[in-house]
Design a binder for this molecule. Structure first.
Ligand SMILES: CC(C)(COP(=O)(O)OP(=O)(O)OC[C@H]1O[C@@H](n2cnc3c(N)ncnc32)[C@H](O)[C@@H]1OP(=O)(O)O)[C@@H](O)C(=O)NCCC(=O)NCCS
Length: 145
């Protein structure tokens, strides 16, 4: 039995570190805006154990002209639990929240490896790939309401 619920910034750190910043200091898991009142974090739990996280920030990208934009960051599912539909579940929860908050557009920087995961949920690539040092090749992806 698994559930998705809102969590604190602090609760995101262990999963972010394990999945997104493996072997790197915990400070690399602190993201700008994490503690803003307009930021929301979601966790996916299986029997009280947190297995995945995602965060949503009210941040506009200059690539888009839409008025109300939300950015998704820190999407991560523990390796042993990947490919079981949990990531999709988390993404759906984040998306639902954004549309409820009247977002016109959701965007994020997607790792090259995760692009097809997001494409399956209807997100599209805009522009060319770019490198984020120490993390790798990324694409900007988005969905309009
Ligand atoms: C990317 C990630 C969040 C996906 O979560 P997940 O729980 O493994 O994904 P799901 O099981 O919900 O997958 C949903 C669909 O996307 C597909 N999918 C998942 N990861 C994929 C990938 N890397 N490439 C292609 N398709 C992928 C699944 O096969 C599934 O397709 P289906 O519905 O046709 O069966 C997870 O694998 C992860 O944490 N990866 C490492 C960190 C990372 O890359 N995060 C994203 C940063 S932008």
């Amino acid at each position: 039995m698994f559930i998705t619920k809102k969590i604190t910034t602090f609760e995101t750190y262990t999963i972010r570190q394990e999945v997104l910043r493996k072997g790197k200091p915990i400070e690399t898991c602190y993201f700008n805006g994490d503690n803003d009142s307009s930021t929301t974090h979601f966790g996916l739990f299986e029997n009280e154990k947190i297995i995945g996280v995602v965060s949503v920030y009210k941040t506009n990208s200059l690539l888009f002209i839409d008025e109300i934009q939300f950015q998704i960051r820190g999407m991560a599912v523990l390796e042993n639990f990947q490919n079981k539909g949990y990531g999709e579940q988390l993404l759906k929860a984040a998306e639902k929240y954004c549309w409820e908050e009247k977002a016109n557009l959701i965007w994020f920087n997607a790792r090259e490896k995760a692009v097809s995961f997001y494409t399956k949920s209807g997100f599209k690539i805009v522009g060319n790939s770019f490198d984020i040092p120490d993390v790798g090749i990324h694409f900007v992806m988005y969905k309009k309401n």
